[in-house]
Design a protein around this ligand. Structure first.
Ligand code: SF4
Length: 502
């Protein structure tokens, strides 16, 4: 074979930004599991949303057909993504919008910051957006002297609390109302010092704070739930009306949209606007659905910029199996049914995208460096593979299979994994009966390490195995020892008698 470089493209770059935690999932989860208040808050909230979702999805006779339709549309989008993106760009431009392409978080941040600076504004309103969280836009704007103001109530709580979001839909799901009151009293300028924790009073405090900012805003930054290739229309769905204010009042609107949010035609919204609210908030219809197409003279923002974000999406699309994760419409149903997420909360995942979808999307967008203890390489194991996420997903993403595939890739690429070491040790020990007997005797020493019937930490190299799981304490006797004992012999004699044998 020729060694001449024939100009084949290199692998697409991975994404950057808030897509990597500081420690592997097992260590982060252990810390979070100690936070009983968080566990109580998350457990209560996910239970409530879960029950509402079951009720409203159960009342639609064609729910399964809707799910299949959503999955089919998304499959079609991924198969034709380059062509649809070009169609979308043409449509947005023809209607007076400006389209910018961003390969990664750094490019997207630089584009948005430049656009805000061009307006002369030093603050920008934000509509809740996973894409801008993913790229760390608020932090970047702050470094450039621009204040980003989150207008979604839960995002505002996270921002004022200098916290991190822990849920796709309800970023402050880990906070209860008395914690929210404390945050408002501590960090909300002009708040009534007598504020109590009544939910209506808390919402009114946020409304007063935000209304003043809506009135003076010159720039708003949004994400997008859907971009329609056929017409160049963008859509944001939300529940509080803050999005509607941001999308209509400022002079300049900047939207950051992940490439995968595209749908081919306006008619496809019919499917997704039924799937999304029922799966996310358990509502039959979304309270505020805003749509805009380019610029309309004398109505709404007169300057519209769309930043199309790759940040690892092309790399994900290149994976035949893993690309299914790009079908996600960010409803968060998979989080609300996941037994792992319910106990650890979202912070343990270390990424903008927590829960089951985060466990497959994050390592694909940002990669998992299998050799260097990358926290992302632990995410595909953050699941019991119970399958509840697959059942709940409105676009039928087979998350358990994606998790297994990522585990497979991790094992294939890892130089040496804990599992490989343990399996190799087990295979050596089981090779002869003498070795196996000696290994069983040695294992009985493990009884000294057990507490409450479990061994939680083994000394190295076994510590790699117990980092993410515990072990039962070995029994007092091996089966062979029991067989040779008086008790064993008596049991065997009894069995013979019962079986009628001499
Ligand atoms: S993977 Fe499915 S269930 Fe989970 S957030 Fe995405 S669309 Fe919703």
């Amino acid at each position: 074979m020729s060694g001449t470089f024939l100009g084949m493209p290199t692998a697409p770059p991975r994404g950057a930004g808030n897509l990597r935690g500081e420690e592997p999932f097992p260590a982060a989860a252990r810390t979070e599991l100690g936070n009983t208040q968080m566990r109580r808050n998350v457990g209560k909230a996910t239970r409530t949303i879960r029950n509402k979702r079951l009720q409203v999805t159960g009342e639609l006779p064609d729910w399964e057909q809707l799910r299949s339709a959503g999955a089919a549309v998304k499959r079609d989008v991924m198969a034709r993504l380059p062509e649809l993106l070009e169609q979308f760009e043409r449509a947005v431009t023809e209607r007076g919008g400006h389209v910018h392409w961003a390969r990664d978080a750094a490019e997207a941040n630089a584009i948005v910051t430049g656009l805000v600076k061009d307006t002369g504004a030093d603050e920008a309103l934000k509509v809740k957006s996973m894409a801008t969280q993913e790229i760390g836009l608020n932090e970047h704007l702050a470094d450039e002297g621009i204040t980003a103001i989150e207008t979604d109530l839960a995002e505002l709580i996270v921002q004022l609390g200098e916290d991190r979001p822990s849920h796709i839909l309800v970023p402050a799901i880990h906070r209860n109302r008395s914690e929210i009151r404390e945050i408002f009293l501590r960090s909300m300028p002009g708040v009534d010092p007598g504020l109590d924790d009544d939910p209506t009073h808390l919402a009114n405090a946020a409304r007063r704070f935000l209304r003043e900012r809506f009135m003076r805003a010159r720039v708003a930054i949004s994400g997008a739930n859907f971009g329609i290739a056929e017409t160049g229309t963008l859509s944001v769905v939300e529940s509080e009306g803050n999005g509607r204010m941001c999308l209509t009042m400022p002079e300049t609107l900047i939207t950051v949209m992940g490439l995968e949010k595209l749908i081919p035609a306006y008619a496809d919204l019919e499917v997704f606007l039924q799937l999304l609210p029922r799966s996310s908030t358990g509502e039959r219809m979304n309270p505020y659905t805003s749509m805009w197409t380019g610029v309309t003279p004398d109505d709404g923002p007169q300057e519209f910029h769309l930043v199309l974000l790759d940040n690892g999406r092309t790399a994900t699309l290149a994976d035949e199996v893993g690309r299914e994760a790009l079908h996600c419409i960010r409803c968060s149903a998979c989080l609300n049914v996941c037994p792992v997420y319910e106990r650890t909360g979202g912070h343990a995942y270390g990424s903008t995208y927590p829960g089951p979808i985060g466990a497959v999307l994050t390592p694909q967008l940002a990669g998992m460096d299998t050799g260097g203890g990358d926290p992302n390489s632990s995410l595909p194991y953050a699941s019991s593979l119970c399958g509840a996420c697959f059942d709940a997903c409105p676009v039928k993403i087979d998350i358990p299979s994606l998790l297994v595939e990522l585990r497979h890739q991790h094992v294939e690429e890892a130089r040496v994994s804990a599992e490989q070491l343990m399996m190799k040790a087990a295979s050596t020990a089981m090779a002869t009966s003498g070795r196996w007997t000696a290994a069983q005797r040695a294992a009985q020493l493990g009884r000294l390490l057990g507490r409450g019937g479990r061994i939680r930490t083994l000394p190295p190299p076994g510590s790699a195995w117990t980092a993410a799981r515990d072990l039962p304490v070995p029994p007092k006797q091996t089966f062979r020892q029991w067989w040779d004992s008086a008790e064993g012999r008596a049991a065997i004699d009894d069995a013979h008698r019962e079986g009628g044998r001499p």
